[in-house]
Design a protein around this ligand. Structure first.
Ligand code: IMP
Ligand code: MG
Length: 172
């Protein structure tokens, strides 16, 4: 496994993102993390937002699209319901990685159907070369090329989510 972003590099970038988010969003926003991949990122970003003076509420949505393969199945499913109580609220949608764009586009559409207020999107990793659906990303941690990564919450067949760094697991 080759380290792409060390725990130290990620921590510094998460702090910078939190400062940018705290400056931009209204102070009553709800951060909605996409499970499972964004679990570590949301935990760290939430605490970094506190240091940056923001106090978001935190919710999660659970989506699945991958299964055991490195390629997305192309079909995104909502596993749990959209959190209740988001009507009219400003929302920051947070995912680990935006690859084809299908997952975040689907999550955003679900939230909009539930009548949320303004929406901002945030991804720790953006793979712009892989995009199939145009999505507006407001806050991005790092751009990466055509690689499959694991760690810091993200997996390959449910392995490696516990790694404190992001590593390259191979080409896509
Ligand atoms: P998309 O729907 O194609 O944009 O894929 C987004 C989701 O697939 C992300 O939220 C990740 O959970 C997962 N994913 C995409 N690329 C990778 C990767 O390189 N490693 C692990 N998971 C990935
Ligand atoms: Mg995901």
């Amino acid at each position: 496994m080759r380290v792409l972003f060390s725990a130290t590099e990620i921590a510094a970038r998460v702090d910078a993102l939190a400062a940018e988010i705290a400056r931009t969003l209204p102070n009553d926003f709800v951060m909605v993390g996409v499970l499972k991949g964004a679990w570590v990122f949301v935990a760290d970003l939430g605490r970094a937002l506190d240091r940056a003076g923001a106090h978001p509420e935190i919710e999660f949505m659970r989506l699945a699209s991958y299964g055991p393969a490195k390629e997305s199945s192309g079909v995104v499913q909502l596993i749990d319901d959209v959190p209740t109580g988001l009507a009219g609220r400003p929302v920051l949608l947070v995912d680990d990685i935006v690859d084809t764009g299908r997952s975040i586009a689907y999550a955003a559409a679900q939230l909009r159907q539930h009548g949320i207020g303004d929406l901002w999107t945030c991804a720790l990793l953006d793979k712009p070369q892989r995009r199939e659906i145009a999505v507006a990303l407001d806050f991005v941690g790092f751009k990466v090329g055509n690689v499959f990564v694991v760690g810091y919450g993200t997996d390959h067949a449910e392995k490696y989510r516990h790694l404190p760094y992001i590593g390259i697991c191979g080409l896509m």
